[in-house]
Design a protein around this ligand. Structure first.
Ligand SMILES: Nc1ncnc2c1ncn2[C@@H]1O[C@H](COP(=O)(O)OP(=O)(O)O)[C@@H](O)[C@H]1O
Ligand SMILES: [Mg+2]
Length: 372
């Protein structure tokens, strides 16, 4: 029989029962490393740092009998400590309601102490489930990081292209315009036909300049980098009002720290998505935006008085706007709330905390701007 290592946290008041459990584990081929605890502080100390260090506990085997530290209290303690370990109850009590209650409370399994024949298969099963849960969590995290990385790359590319268009193309077009103006002035006396042609070309160049400015602003609003988030949001809201006829006043208060460029572009993109949704889906006659930079973080709240949305709308398979907001906010350890009453509008609220991870470094290594 192959020997399998197993690190067990044994929550057990009875030394005899503990001895029988350990003997059974040994008989089933486990080389057990264990710690027996029988009260809350000892269990809390045993769980502290579990999972952060190599060699943490792999499983909790906990007595469910009334003597000593109560089983369900131990389960709740593990849950409140945020440890996600397989948790098996062992008990002399085989009443159905006790078993059901234990499983409903989050226990992985419930084993009868007087037989212990299910102990090894139950351990294997719960370890497998825990591994699947962990892999699922890790895959989700990797996906979130990938999505966030793609967003960052996309923003960087948009910024580069916007600058190229604005500085390089914009500069060249302006030079062409000046040359043509010079030509048409000189041609007007000798050759009015050619002068009219030159003025036509000048008008075309003007259109080209306007459209280059437009493209560059759509790619990256330069006002965001020069004047900050509030200015950019006010400008966007004004354009939205002109385009749609839906009033969108902006309220803001400035109390907190300066934002990193990453946070402000993220909030700006979230705002754009919320406005696009109002325009596309809400059938609203009024929208509004509140933005508060508080000491603990930034809150952005966009509301409308439109038709509202339901759970099915949020889960539409090919809709990525709200999901994208959720992912971006999660990347900054923030949160997003959508509240809606059908027929009475929608509110999208996001909170992004000020944390060291995305605030500009104290040495100023990130370009810090006063964004409010
Ligand atoms: N402000 C809103 N008012 C009403 N419905 C909305 C609003 N915002 C989103 N929705 C609904 O939620 C769905 C998902 O939105 P979203 O994830 O942004 O994807 P998309 O806009 O591409 O459909 C929309 O298709 C729409 O049905
Ligand atoms: Mg959308």
């Amino acid at each position: 029989m192959t020997v399998k290592k197993l690190r067990v946290l044994l929550v057990e008041a009875s030394p005899d029962d503990a001895g029988r459990t350990l003997a059974k584990l040994e008989q089933c081929g486990y080389a057990v490393e264990h710690l027996r605890v029988d009260n809350a502080p000892a269990m809390q100390a045993a769980l502290a740092g579990n999972g952060r260090t190599e060699g943490g506990w792999e499983i909790v085997l906990c007595s469910h009998d009334p003597s000593g530290f109560c089983g369900l209290a131990a389960l709740r303690l593990m849950q409140s400590e945020g440890a996600d370990l397989p948790f098996l109850f062992l008990s002399h009590d085989l009443r159905e309601e006790a078993i059901t209650h234990a499983i409903q409370s989050g226990a992985s399994d419930y084993i009868f102490k007087d037989s212990l024949s299910r102990l090894a298969p139950a351990i294997e099963h719960s370890l497998r489930e825990a591994r699947i849960r962990r892999e699922h969590r890790e895959a989700q995290l990797a996906l979130r990081e990938l999505s966030s990385h793609i967003q960052d790359v996309r923003e960087q590319e948009r910024l580069n292209i916007a600058r190229e268009i604005h500085d390089d193309m914009g500069g060249t077009l302006t030079a062409i315009k000046l040359d043509i103006a010079w030509l048409s002035e000189r041609l007007s006396a000798q050759n009015p036909g050619l002068a009219a042609k030159a003025r036509g070309i000048e008008a075309l160049v003007d259109r080209c300049i306007a459209s280059a400015n437009n493209i560059s602003r759509t790619l990256r609003p330069s006002v965001l980098d020069s004047f900050g988030l509030i200015a950019a949001i006010e400008m966007e809201a004004e354009e939205f009002e002109q385009r749609t006829g839906i009033p969108c006043p902006v309220s803001h208060a400035d109390e907190g720290a300066a934002l990193s460029p990453d946070t402000s572009i993220t909030l700006f993109r979230i705002f754009q998505e919320a406005l696009t949704n109002i325009m596309k889906h809400a059938h609203a006659s009024q929208a509004k935006v509140d933005i508060y930079n508080r000491t603990d973080g930034v809150d952005l709240i966009v509301s409308d008085n439109g038709r509202g949305l339901n759970e099915a709308d949020r889960l539409k398979p090919r809709s990525f706007g709200l999901r994208g907001i959720q992912e971006r906010v999660a990347h900054f350890n923030g949160d997003m709330q959508i509240s809606s009453t059908p027929g009475h509008g929608t509110t999208v609220a996001v909170h992004i905390p000020h944390t060291a991870a995305h605030l500009p470094a104290a040495d100023g290594s990130l370009p810090q701007r006063t964004l409010f």
